[in-house]
Design a protein around this ligand. Structure first.
Ligand SMILES: [Ca+2]
Ligand SMILES: [Ca+2]
Length: 455
């Protein structure tokens, strides 16, 4: 306010007074909180209600635009309950019915703000306040988790239960879309037991009842997430939004599961321990990712069943199978490649799917035998083996004799192993004193000793 320049502050009686008035504030006792929404997000599943907890940013100004407070300057949201007297009455009212992401200007008359005395520091008495508010987060302490956007695969034979071990990908954001974490960024699934307290309570619950291949959004209120403290780049009291994709799960008590797709009409000869098998397989993950295929390589995989040449689950998968049969076998990691997986090939803790076809089966020998006679054993065995009749059998003589027996069908070696290696082991067993030759004495000793020996 200015006035004419008269000394000593005396205004002559005939003066004309000029007032330059700057209107600082104007309100009426009838005024209410005035709300002007200038941005509303396209999706608004829920709005603030009394007793909700909100996190918001604001700029507080007077009617003339002077800034008196800003959460932006503090770089920290204002976090509070709404509608229950934690705020000035005008804000308690002005924040109701608001969407996450919404921006509004809330104009509050002084009697719904700090009244005739102000707040004693930044806000003078009788000041109307203008808050430019952006709501970032909203939940109610009574909230549980919510599950949205479910995409469930058509084939869902089983749903996850407490105690299952689950591998999944996720994107984690806050309610306003702020990204905080992603397993995709690490290019590695998050793997955990569920329902056992290994993850935040909201996820422990949200991961129950999922199908393999399912996608869902799990919205976790802070009391089931990281609480008032937050963690890392997750602010305190934040609602968390996880968009997850379940890759696979299994239970540590799972065995393998076998589905036979095709059996030839004659399926009487079934594979057993010791048999030599030639088979084709496709190995894939439950999400369909192909890991390996012998069909693609154009070469069968050949093993002796029960000899530890394949993982336990595969050994089980190939039992009691006939030539021509086709199976799909699901193998949990504890019967497959375990928690470690195979570097660069099989992810750790992965459930594997094998499509297998048995192409050839060579019956193995009875358990414990590497060589058996098909016919009666010659009574003059040593003399027959000792071809030059010098009373000593060297490896060359021994090997030649055994191979001749196999060739003529009188004897049989265990299939699937290196024949020379078997013969050499047999010879070493006979050569009791280890001098590189077998004498009649040694041979007899061995012969009398046991019925179950190879010779
Ligand atoms: Ca000899
Ligand atoms: Ca010897």
């Amino acid at each position: 306010m200015a006035r004419s320049s008269t000394p000593a502050g005396v205004i002559p009686p005939d003066s004309v007074l000029h007032f330059d008035v700057l209107l600082m504030d104007i309100w009426n006792s009838e005024d209410q909180v005035e709300i002007h929404t200038y941005f509303k997000p396209p999706s608004c599943p829920r709005t603030t209600q009394v007793s909700d907890f909100v996190r918001y940013h604001y700029n507080g100004t007077f009617l003339d635009g002077t800034l008196f407070d800003s959460s932006h300057n503090r770089m920290k949201t204002y976090d509070t309950y709404v509608g229950i007297g934690w705020l000035i009455p005008g804000m308690d009212k002005g924040l109701l019915g608001m969407c996450v992401g919404e921006k509004r200007i809330i104009t509050i008359p002084p009697f719904l703000a700090y009244g005739e005395h102000g707040d004693g520091k930044d806000i003078p008495g009788q000041a109307s306040l203008v808050f430019d508010v952006a709501l970032l987060d909203l939940h109610n302490p009574k909230d549980g988790i919510s599950i949205e956007n479910k995409i469930v695969p058509e084939n869902c034979e089983r749903r996850s239960q407490s105690g299952d071990f689950l591998r999944y990908h996720y994107n984690g954001t806050l309610l306003d879309g702020t990204f905080f974490d992603s397993s995709y960024a690490r290019n590695r699934t998050f793997d955990t037991y569920i329902g056992q307290g290994y993850v935040i309570p909201g996820m422990d619950e949200g991961l129950l009842g999922v199908c393999i291949g399912e996608k869902r959004r799990i919205v976790v209120p802070p009391h089931l997430g990281y609480g008032e403290e937050g963690r890392g780049n997750i602010p305190g009291s934040a609602v968390l939004v996880f968009d997850i994709h379940v890759i696979d799960f299994h239970n540590p008590s799972d065995s393998i599961s076998i589905t036979s797709h095709y059996k030839p009409s004659d399926c009487s000869v079934l594979s057993k321990k010791g048999d030599y098998l030639k088979y084709h397989y496709n190995a894939s993950l439950l999400d369909g990712t192909l890991l390996d295929s012998t069909w693609n390589l154009g070469k069968t995989y050949n093993i002796v069943l029960g000899s530890g040449q394949v993982v336990l689950g595969m050994d089980m998968a190939l039992r009691e199978m006939c030539v021509g049969e086709k199976r799909t076998v699901v193998i949990p990691p504890h019967l497959g490649y375990g928690e470690a997986g195979v570097d660069g090939e099989v992810p750790g803790s992965a459930v594997l799917v094998f499509d297998i076809e048995l192409l050839e089966l060579v019956a193995g020998l009875p358990e414990g035998y590497m060589f058996i006679w098909n016919d009666e054993v010659s009574p003059n065995l040593f003399e027959e083996i000792d071809k030059d009749g010098n009373g000593e059998v060297f490896l060359e003589e021994f090997s030649e004799y055994i191979h001749a027996q196999v060739a003529s069908g009188k004897g049989k070696l265990a299939p699937g192993f290196d024949a020379d290696m078997i013969v050499k082991n047999m010879f070493t067993n006979q050569d009791r004193n280890g001098d590189g030759k077998v004498t009649a004495e040694e041979f007899k000793l061995k012969d009398q000793e046991t019925k179950h020996d190879e010779l």
